[in-house]
Design a protein around this ligand. Structure first.
Ligand code: RP5
Length: 181
């Protein structure tokens, strides 16, 4: 249990944070089985040079630790929290109830209900504690949304995102030209 809530090391995170800076984004997940779904988010955050931390904390198995983390999050340098969970996916909702930071939910496809259960859990938050929920398993969009939130008050981050989006556009146009050849 000592391992619970410890930042993931380079091996577990696969694409660890590129810098030693104070994390701006926390990616929390209900289980290490959610890790593969989150790798694209780590990749985006690394590519856009956003310092982040990744933690495993379960709304059901480690409720005290989740509460402690969520309540103290805004007093650190953290600005956005991404919460990923499958099944009865209370993680981002519980987190949102203990913090004023924006919380983005990633519904994970983890059960026989194919992630629809997690999607409904996250989007059906009662009024008062919003969770900005992305598509099932779509951690890429969760990371990009986190970058947009940070960019709203940071011109330099906004510019990095603009350049990245331009690259995306060029890539689609390139593929279109290949089709014509
Ligand atoms: C949730 O239950 C986790 O977020 C995970 O998606 C799902 C299954 O967890 P494990 O049984 O694989 O630990 O709490």
């Amino acid at each position: 249990d000592d391992q619970k809530g410890k930042p993931l090391g380079p091996k577990e995170a696969a694409t660890p944070s590129a810098s030693e800076e104070e994390p701006l984004v926390a990616v929390i997940m209900g289980s290490d089985s959610d890790l593969p779904v989150l790798r694209p988010a780590f990749q985006i955050l690394n590519t856009l040079n956003i310092p982040f931390t990744a933690r495993i904390t379960s709304a059901h198995r480690t409720p005290d630790w989740l509460r402690e983390f969520s309540k103290s999050a805004s007093s650190t340098g953290l600005r956005v929290i991404i919460g990923a969970a499958g099944g009865a996916a209370h993680l981002p909702g519980m987190c949102a109830s203990w913090t004023t930071l924006p919380v983005i939910g990633v519904p994970v496809k983890a059960t026989h209900l194919d992630g629809v259960d997690s999607l409904y859990s996250m989007t059906q938050m009662p009024r008062g504690e919003p969770v900005a929920t992305v598509g099932i398993n779509n951690s890429t969009n969760a990371a990009l949304l986190a970058v947009r939130i940070l960019g709203a008050s940071d011109l330099e981050i906004r510019e990095r995102l603009r350049v990245w989006m331009e690259g995306n556009e060029k890539e689609v146009l390139r593929k279109d030209r290949v089709l014509l050849e």
